[in-house]
Design a protein around this ligand. Structure first.
Ligand code: NI
Length: 390
């Protein structure tokens, strides 16, 4: 059982409040990075700053050299005006830690503090402080700059107000969806609103396309495999008496399995092009790939669950209640090394709270200790696992 001492708990709360008060947008986490470095200096943990911009790689030595166990935290905030009324509310207009990344950074620093006071773990621990998760650029950039060099396994977690503080949610299989975008350009023929026979109406073609695209998820995909296609933008026309010759549709595509993801991409293309052909409009379909889904393998889930039980006890380890269709760039790390992504319950008891990415999002700060206890356990158990299985 890992217990996080009072001093570490208090440090994490103080750090979290400081970061919360001074949020920084993706790729602009300069002050945050400075704070992380200052704290690492205080607890005498070695690090390299300025990785992929504002990222930091720190390392805690293990009993033996060899491959590292990586733990990852994201550091960025969102362009949201805070409305929580908390005494440590954001001092930056229009910027807020509305996804709990202030908590993630504090948890990882608390973990570093805890580990640096304990006998060394079996293998070295690499701490990854990643910028720009919200724009899904950070993980890739950190990997390109060596974050996973000599890493055997990687673990991460997200605060989640759907679950009570003190709980850790460990689920095998997909735990975050892929997140891609599409852009469809329709070129018809503009004309006078009174003379439709002289036009190819891009608004009508686009409208049919919006409706036809809805049948992909509802009629083509197995309902047991969650997926979403949302048309978020439909841009066309200039005046009420002009038939639009051009239209643009943009939307978001989410899926939990790589096969479903590919099916959605192919079907959007097929349906959009067919609807265009049906009405003699030229159609260009662009799929802009974002993050792949985060998929926890059986083996790594077993290991993570063991660490979660060591941290909070069996009764407090749960499963995702429903599929999570949000994206998370932790998936890029899992493309390179095995690992597991969990969720730390952050709900304030009796208060369902406000969703992540809302102006009133908050979490129960006792979740910080839960997160650090989990990381401390996985640091130990994952090291043992690597030594046993290599
Ligand atoms: Ni987040």
């Amino acid at each position: 059982m890992q217990t996080i001492d009072k001093k570490t708990q208090e440090s994490m709360v103080a750090l979290r409040r400081d970061l919360h008060q001074h949020p920084e947008l993706s790729s602009k986490e300069q002050r945050t990075a400075t704070k992380v470095c200052e704290f690492l200096d205080q607890i005498k943990v070695a690090y390299q700053p300025n990785i992929a911009g504002t990222g930091i790689l720190a390392e805690i030595p293990g009993q033996q050299d060899g491959p590292c166990i990586a733990l990852r935290a994201d550091m960025d905030a969102l362009p949201i005006q805070e409305e929580t009324g908390l005494p440590f509310s954001s001092e930056v207009k229009g910027v807020m830690h509305a996804c709990g990344h202030d908590g993630h950074t504090s948890i990882l620093l608390g973990t570093a503090m805890h580990l640096s006071q304990q006998p060394p773990p079996p293998l070295p621990i690499r701490l990854i402080f990643q910028p720009a998760e919200e724009t899904v650029k950070g993980a890739k950039a950190m990997i390109d700059n060596g974050a996973l060099e000599n890493v055997a396994l990687i673990f991460g977690g997200h605060l989640d107000r759907h679950y009570l503080a003190g709980k850790i949610i460990v689920t095998e299989g997909p735990v975050n969806a892929s997140s891609d975008r599409f852009c469809i350009t329709i070129s018809g023929q503009g004309a006078h609103a009174a003379r439709p026979h002289e036009s190819v109406d891009a608004v009508v073609v686009g409208s049919l396309m919006v409706m036809a695209i809805q049948t992909i998820v509802s009629r083509e995909i197995n309902p047991a495999h969650p997926s979403v296609i949302s048309v978020g933008r439909f841009d066309a026309g200039t005046a009420s008496n002009v038939i639009a010759g051009q239209a643009t549709l943009e939307g978001s595509i989410r899926a939990q399995e790589p096969e479903v993801r590919k099916h959605l991409h192919d079907s959007i293309k097929r349906i959009a092009e067919s609807v265009g052909q049906l009405h003699d409009a030229k159609v260009k379909v662009e799929i802009i790939k974002g993050v792949p889904p985060v998929i926890n393998t059986h083996e790594m889930t077993v290991l993570a669950r063991e660490a979660a039980i060591a941290a909070v006890g069996n009764a407090n380890v749960g499963q995702l209640a429903t599929a999570n269709m949000g994206g998370e760039d932790f998936s890029y790390y899992l493309d390179h090394v095995p690992g597991c992504y969990v969720r730390f319950g952050g709900q304030v008891p009796g208060n369902e709270g406000f969703p992540a990415h809302s102006s009133r999002f908050d979490f129960d700060e006792s979740a910080l200790s839960t997160g650090a206890a989990y990381y401390a356990s996985i640091a130990e158990l994952a090291g043992q696992w690597v030594l046993k299985n290599r």
